[in-house]
Design a protein around this ligand. Structure first.
Ligand code: ATP
Ligand code: MG
Length: 417
């Protein structure tokens, strides 16, 4: 029968990959703990309207990339393409925001129907932070610092923080008018995607990857010129805060997040080692979202970090091979094989990592597998040991002579090793 394959863009993480993922996840968890950020877990499947309202119909994510289907009750459902909308929905639904500001993080798979390539998959994983109910510029700095310190602690090198401000909703509305007028006047010189966005999502045109459009945009009116004095002052505070924490940044006036409810700070952390998919972490302030999803007006800032891209960066460096078990149990004969399982369980209850040979093979073969497992010791149970309820402890890596031990002596011996 023909064998089955995973869907395109849906990637298996094999046992050789998971240790690095676990290490990244553990480090992230620890950073969130130290920053007093609590974990929230929301469903992978939500009503489609959540993302239509929470991300915006005019975005690529909602317009082209969502996995949407009718369930058996004819309700339109969508596999989450990102985490923020769900976190905000949950915070509203459970009244978290009436309990005061919320410092939340989430992690897990996201789904977007994109063209798969290095650093771009259809199921991918994010870790994200959301600070809900935080208005001032210091919260922007704190959010960025949590991401920056996490990446630095993981040992990712060559990162750049790109920073921009989108101003207040009023600034944006004013700028939008200027930009649309300018884009209309230059319509013929724009690439087709950008032409299509002139009225639906004009700010996103600034973000076009098309080289001719990019060159043309050098002449476009700039958002920075449309900022009110308050917005400029706020942006100056964010920059001063980053400087005070010695977090280097570059200003990128072309950096936009294409969603209507984004305002003020927008940022990305990029790596030159990632090629076209350079952004590891993206985020910004979304003061309008909670209201857009039916909650009370609540200022907020957050970011999301792409795990695949982060792991790509880390696996370019040297990664320590995962540790083997503490003990490998070798056994031969009916009684011995039955005892091997009991012994393995006994040792596991004491906290040791124990691998038990599948059994049946000759001792020589079992020793070969014990050696390959990376375990420092093998506990051998043959007929004689089984009769006496003892094991023969073999040092697989050093020169120590074999020892005949009771199970309790074995535990003591390994605890001392
Ligand atoms: P891009 O411009 O690369 O498509 P984006 O703006 O769509 O990114 P966000 O929605 O801000 O990305 O998601 C935050 C992060 O999640 C990205 O910076 C990236 O690291 C990661 N990410 C986004 N889409 C994918 C994907 N399809 N596969 C792998 N990682 C992704
Ligand atoms: Mg994208």
């Amino acid at each position: 029968m023909a064998s089955l394959q995973s869907l395109r863009g849906m990637v298996d993480l094999l046992p050789e990959h998971t240790p690095l993922w676990q290490q990244v996840e553990a480090t992230a968890r620890d950073h969130f703990r130290r920053a007093a950020v609590r974990e929230i877990r929301t469903p992978l499947l939500e009503v489609t309207e959540l993302f239509a309202r929470g991300i915006g119909e005019a975005t690529d994510v909602v317009g082209k990339e969502m996995y949407t289907f009718l369930d058996r009750g004819e309700r339109s459902c969508t596999l989450r393409p990102e985490g923020t909308a769900s976190v905000v929905r949950a915070a509203i639904q459970h009244g978290l925001l009436s309990q005061g500001p919320q410092r939340l993080w989430y992690g897990g798979p996201m789904f977007r129907y994109e063209r798969p390539q290095a650093g771009r998959q259809r199921q991918f994983h994010q870790i994200g932070l959301e600070l809900l109910g935080f208005a001032d510029a210091r919260s922007d700095v704190e959010a960025i610092a949590i991401a920056w310190d996490l990446l630095a602690d993981l040992g990712v090198e060559g990162l750049a923080l790109e920073l921009n401000t989108l101003g207040s909703p009023d600034d944006r509305a004013r700028y939008r008018e200027q930009l649309v007028a300018w884009l209309e006047a230059h319509r013929d010189q724009l690439d087709p995607d950008s032409q299509a966005r002139i009225h639906t999502n004009p700010l996103r045109v600034l973000d076009s990857k098309h080289p001719d459009t990019q060159a043309l945009l050098a002449e476009a009116p700039s958002l920075a010129d449309a900022l009110s004095a308050e917005s400029q002052e706020r942006f100056a505070q964010v920059q001063a805060g980053l400087t005070a924490l010695a977090i280097p940044f570059v200003r990128n006036p072309r950096l936009v997040r294409g969603l209507d409810y984004y305002s003020h700070t927008a940022f990305e952390i990029t790596s030159s080692q990632l090629g076209a998919q350079a952004t590891v972490c993206g985020g910004g302030r979304y003061d309008g979202l909670v209201q857009q999803l039916g909650g009370a007006a609540t200022p907020a800032i957050g970011w999301a970090l792409g795990m695949e891209r982060l792991v790509l960066l880390l696996s370019q460096g040297a990664v320590a091979p995962p540790p083997g078990p503490d003990l490998y149990v070798v056994s031969r004969g009916t009684l011995a094989e039955a005892q091997a399982l009991l012994l393995a369980r006994h040792c596991r209850r004491a906290g040791l990592a124990v691998e038990r040979d599948a059994g049946g093979a000759a001792f020589a073969k079992q020793f070969k597998r014990a050696d390959r497992s990376g375990a420092p010791f093998a506990a051998v149970i043959g007929d004689a040991e089984a009769e006496a309820e003892m094991v023969l402890l073999k040092d697989l890596r050093g020169e120590r002579p074999d020892e005949r031990l009771t199970w309790e002596q074995l535990l003591q011996r390994l605890a001392a090793a």
